[in-house]
Design a protein around this ligand. Structure first.
Ligand code: THU
Length: 160
């Protein structure tokens, strides 16, 4: 038997340690909470994507009476980016939730991480994930999506 290990690296920062653009994207994710449609879970989530050209794309969770038809905030923002013919790569994605727990950062779900991995594969360099905890003013940052989903399913796993 052989132990298989991967090391992940995350950074905890205070808001004043963020670059001005990162600060902006975190605040835009917070702003995106206002457009959340979460009448079923009552759990609003906001996301915002910072592009390398400085543009920002916002997303929020959009629920539906047919529960599985709804979509998370991160994927709403990412698919908007994917469909939008933006001629700039992703620099960072920020996530925030309205109902925070003490000492807990807003971790994206597995499906959102899976989608994040493929968007990262489509560009020339990785992008940052910024998980913003409003009450403490702290941000948990990962410099690559792989840090958060080390064994993602990739197109290389498909046959042919
Ligand atoms: N949600 C997100 O928007 N992002 C995540 O990464 C986790 C969950 C949403 C989906 C649903 O609208 C609500 O939070 C409760 O699960």
């Amino acid at each position: 038997m052989k132990k298989v290990q991967k090391t992940i690296e995350l950074w905890e920062l205070t808001m004043d340690e963020l670059s001005p653009d990162q600060y902006k994207v975190v605040k835009e994710a917070e702003e995106a909470l206002k457009s959340s449609y979460a009448p079923y879970s009552h759990f609003p989530v906001g996301a915002a994507i910072l592009l390398k050209n400085g543009s920002i794309i916002k997303g929020s969770n959009q629920e539906n009476a047919a529960y599985p038809s709804g979509l998370c905030a991160e994927r709403t923002a990412l698919f908007h980016y994917g469909a939008g013919q933006y001629n700039s790569e992703i620099d960072s994605i920020a996530v925030v939730v309205e109902k925070e727990k003490e000492g807990e950062f807003p971790f994206p779900c597995g499906s959102c991480l899976q989608v994040m991995v493929e968007f990262a594969q489509r560009q020339t360099s990785p992008y940052n994930i910024l998980l913003y905890h409003r009450k403490s003013g702290k941000v948990l940052m990962s410099n690559t999506v792989e840090n958060m989903l080390p064994f993602a399913f990739r197109k290389e796993h498909l046959p042919g």
